[in-house]
Ligand binder design. Sequence first.
Ligand code: ADP
Ligand code: ADP
Ligand code: MG
Length: 499
Amino acid sequence: MPKIKKLLVANRGEIALRIMRSAQEMGIKTVAVYSEADRLSPHVKYADEAICLGPPPSNQSYLLGEKIIKFCKDLGVDAIHPGYGFLSENASFARKVKEAGIIFIGPSPEAIEVMGSKLAAKQAVSKYDIPMVPGMEKAITDIAFAKSKAAEIGYPILIKASAGGGGKGMRIVESEGEFEEQMQRAVSEAESAFGDGAVFIEKFITSPRHIEIQVLGDQQGNIVYLFERECSIQRRHQKVIEEAPSAVVTPELRKAMGEAAVGVAKACDYHGAGTVEFIVDEKLNFYFLEMNTRLQVEHPVTEMITGKDLVKEQIKIAEGQSLTFAQEDLRIQGHSVEVRVYAEDPKNNFLPDIGKLSTYVRPQGPGIRVDDGFEEGMDIPIYYDPMIAKLITYAETRQEAIDRTVRAIDEYQITGIQTTLGFCKFALQHEAFTSGQFDTKFVERYFEPAVLEEKLSAGEEELFAALAVEFFQKSKKEAVQNTMAQSPVKSSAWKNRLK
Ligand code: ADP
Ligand code: ADP
Ligand code: MG
C-alpha cells in the first residue's frame, strides 16, 4: 500500500492551511503553492516547502494544473490535495495527476465527470430509486417541448445550468410569458461561466431547505454517511451559516437521506469524501440536487459532531486503506454551528468589500474553532473568493451552540473591511432561526440592512447614555465615598446592556 510522504496542496487560504495541519499530524511533509498575491500568506509559511505559480489571477496561478504536476515531479511529491474550488472538481486534472503517477486525493476522474454534470448525475442515480425534483432529465433543445414540460410541472420553475456551481447559472421563471427570455439568459450565462450552455428545468420548490449528507467511501467499496448539515441560510444561493445536526431532521429522515446519499455514491463508484445535496420541502420530502465530489467548505461541523477528521480520512482512503469504522459505529454527539466570515458588506447587498485587515483578533475559549488564512495587517486580494474565515463552534445542545457562536462573534474583532459577522449574529438571534423554522429565503424574508444600522445606533445611544452616567459619577467621585466599590458592578451592568 502506498504511504504518502509528501503532499502538495493545490489551493490557498483557510482550506490549504486546514489540510496541511492534518498532514502535519500524520507525519506527511507539505508543499504549498501560491500566487504572487499570496506570497506572505499563512499557508505558505506553514508548509515545509512553497513554490510560486505565477501572477494573481487564478488562470495564471491556482488553475495551472500542468505546472502543478511538473512541480510535484521536481519536488518528489507523491500526492495532491485539491481542496475545494479551483481544480478540485476538474476531471481532466484528476486524470492527468493519475497518469503522472501521483495520487489525487479525491474520487476517480470518472466519478468527478459524472457528478460534475447535474444532468449526467441525475441519469446515473436514476437506477437507485433516489427521489428527484420534478423536471427534465435532459438538456433543453426544443423550446416548445420545454414549455409544455414546464406547464406540466407548474410555475414557478427553475432553469439550471447542467455544469453550474457556486450558486451560479440559475434562473427562476414565474410564468410562461418570461420563459424564453429567461432561458436565453440562462444559456448565455452558462456558456460564459462554465463553457457549457446546457440547461434544464426543475420545479422551483417554494419553501425549501438545503440539507446535505456527508459521505465517505474507501477503495474497497465500503460507503458510510456521516449525517447531515443544514445549510439553508444562504445569500445568492450560497451558504453563509451551516449547522449539524439539522433542527428538523428526525432519526427516520436521517436514515432515509443517509441511505439515499450512499445510493448516490454507489451510482458512481465513489471513494473519498463527498457531499450529496438535497432540497427538502415543507412536508420534509427530500429530493436529490447534486453531489459535490470534494471536501466541502462546511465540513468542520461534521467533524465536530462525529469526532472524525475528514482530511485524515481522505488521505487514508487515497493511500488505499479501508475505513476503520462502519455505519453503526458512527454517532452524533452535541451540536455544531459554522458561520462564514466573508469580506462582504451585508448593508450593500453582500457585495465584496475587500481591503486591509487593519484589526484582526480571533475569538477564543471553550468550543471555538477558527479556520482562516489571514493575519492582521494583510490585504484581502480581489482575485479570489472573499471568504476570510470560518467560525465554528461546538456545544452540547443547539441553543448552547447558538449562544456560543453569538458570544464568539462579539469577541471577533475585524476592522478595515466589512464582513458578514453582523448579519450572522442577526440571523442566529432571529426567532425563525432559533426555532428551527426557516428556509433558504431567510435573507429575503427577514433581513434588511436597517436591522444592522438600528442595532448600531441603539448601541451607540446606550454607549452615550453610559458615558454620560459615568461622567456624572466621576464628577461626584470626591463627594461620594463608596464610588470605588460600586463602579465595577455598574460598569459591567452597562456592558451587558450594550451587547
Ligand atoms: P460548498 O459547496 O462547499 O458549500 P461553495 O458553494 O461556497 O461551498 O463553493 C466552494 C468554493 O468553490 C467556493 O470558493 C466557490 O466559489 C467555488 N466554486 C464552486 N463551484 C464552482 C464552479 N463551478 N466554478 C467555480 N468555482 C466554484
Ligand atoms: P450549485 O451547483 O450552484 O451549488 P445547487 O443545485 O446545489 O447548485 O443549488 C444551489 C442552491 O439553489 C440550493 O442550495 C438551493 O438554495 C437553490 N435551489 C436549487 N435547486 C432548487 C429548486 N429546485 N428549488 C428551489 N431552490 C433550489
Ligand atoms: Mg450545490
